[in-house]
Design a protein around this ligand. Structure first.
Ligand code: SAM
Ligand code: SF4
Length: 446
């Protein structure tokens, strides 16, 4: 097993899974290790020409507006903003895009993939969508991008918006459904109903996107094995190209967390074993219907045609430039996050400064661990490719951790690849923590 010097750095395979806090590992080192005193380092990084211009570059655009806040959600999003607020925000995004485009690290580089996330990007009125996408394409041409993803929620995914998005080059439409049960949706603060999903789905199919992804969740208040199986059955009947299923996390500072802490939950909240059992069953249903499981969260109809470029490239070390409040970036080995304050964001962008609030320059060791951790979430790490890139033999450096996972039936080795079994994939984000440096295991993951 990995060396342990105190209780807090016990190997993950021996740790209890906490009921609350964040589960999903979206970056490494964890956000809590990113600091204000490294902001200048991030700014200097943007001002240096790319050391490896061939590294793919992606864009993430954060749109922090929703009709209503869901009780479990930890994304930065507002449910009380006027159209004027949204208009001002779009103009700031376009100004930030120009600022970033002029930065030597990004200038002239082709955009490989784009992701509009939120919040609920489809909540923007169509005129603002037009202003945003036209303005952004003028600064960062997206026509050569391999994938342009746009997140929608059922109530706001209307025919006119969808048609405009497709015309403008959106190739992957992602619809947040979560459940088809109206009582479960209401209990968890979702604003839509299953009738909204049916209407949105008809509009999506009329317009036609190369890939449509449908998001579901397991672990919602009020759900059961039966309701999850029914949700997956209804999903399969719609025949989406891609299905993503997240296990509910209970992040701190959410209404759900508060109710749980105060013992006021209106229904039973499923634990990790139940979530995994439901996800395992959901994956089996999808496989029976011809889907292939592609990561710890997703299954696709055709693994060759229905790739998720945003995830695959990021997990293999691509640069990612984030736009908007609280968005995070990874450029030339530096992770950084924009300020979460609208006022600070506006004043930085107006003075021509990247609105960065915290950052973290990764050592060579951390860069290698980051890729191992992220690729683990895809269920497979190629040892030869890993050695070619980082000069590290997985079996030598991480032998103890890998063997511990094999011994628990969570992983296996085959043909110089390290693979998670289905049981391993169901807990991939917990296992990923096994590869955190000891000093990062004690920090809270948010
Ligand atoms: C930004 S939202 C997608 C678009 C839209 N805002 C929506 O909710 O439909 C991205 C996805 O994150 C997932 N998500 C949000 N909060 C979560 C939580 N606490 N645990 C697990 N997944 C969560 C949901 O599945 C959601 O579809
Ligand atoms: S609609 Fe999406 S982003 Fe908005 S609060 Fe709900 S989960 Fe969060």
């Amino acid at each position: 097993m990995a060396a342990t010097c105190d209780n807090e750095s016990l190997p993950t395979t021996a740790m209890a899974e906490p009921p609350d806090g964040n589960y999903f590992v979206s970056a490494y080192p964890p956000f809590s290790a990113w600091t204000v005193d490294q902001v200048e380092t991030a700014r200097r990084g943007l001002n240096a020409p790319p050391a490896a211009p061939d590294v793919p570059l992606g864009l993430y655009i954060h749109l922090p507006f929703c009709v209503q806040r869901c009780t479990y959600c930890y994304y930065l999003a507002f449910a009380d903003r006027s159209r004027k607020d949204m208009e001002a925000y779009v103009d700031l995004l376009l100004a930030e895009a120009k600022l970033l485009r002029a930065a030597p690290a990004l200038a002239g580089r082709e955009i490989n993939f784009v992701y509009f996330g939120g919040g609920t990007p489809s909540f923007l009125p169509i005129e603002l969508l037009r202003r945003l996408l036209t303005g952004l394409s003028a600064t960062f041409p997206m026509s050569a991008a391999r994938e342009v993803t746009f997140e929608c929620a059922p109530q706001t995914a209307t025919q006119d918006k969808l048609a405009f998005l497709r015309e403008t080059g959106v190739t992957r439409l992602s619809l947040g459904v979560q459940s088809f049960h109206d009582d479960i949706l209401a209990l968890n603060g979702r604003v839509h109903t299953s009738a909204d999903v049916d209407r949105a789905w008809r509009a999506i199919r009329r317009v036609g996107f190369p890939v449509t992804n449908l998001d579901l969740m397991v672990g919602l208040l009020g759900e059961s094995d039966v309701t999850t199986a029914e949700d997956v059955r209804r999903t399969i009947a719609l025949e989406p190209e891609s299905v993503t299923i997240y296990q509910l996390e209970m992040p701190h500072y959410t209404p759900l967390h508060r109710e749980w802490r105060e013992g006021r939950l209106p229904a039973v909240l499923p634990g990790w074993d139940e979530k995994r059992r439901r996800l395992a069953h959901a994956f089996a249903q999808l496989e029976q219907a011809g889907y292939t499981v592609r990561s710890a969260y997703s299954a696709v109809r055709d693994p060759v045609r229905h790739r998720f470029v945003y995830q695959d490239e990021q997990y293999r070390g691509a640069d990612l430039a984030g736009l908007g409040i609280a968005s995070f970036s990874y450029v030339q080995g530096v992770h950084y996050q924009n300020t979460a304050s609208l006022d600070e964001y506006a004043s930085a962008v107006r003075t021509g400064l990247p609105p960065i609030a915290r950052a973290c320059r990764l050592s060579a060791e951390e860069q290698a661990r980051r890729e191992l951790i992220l690729q683990l979430k895809l269920g497979e790490v190629d040892a030869a490719l890993f050695f070619a890139k980082f000069g590290i033999h997985l079996a030598d450096r991480f032998g103890d951790e890998l063997h511990a996972m094999v011994a628990r039936g969570w992983a296996r080795e085959s043909d110089h690849r390290f693979l998670l079994t289905r049981e391993g994939l169901l807990r991939a984000d917990f296992l990923a923590r096994e590869f955190f440096l000891p000093r990062h295991r004690t920090t809270r993951y948010n």
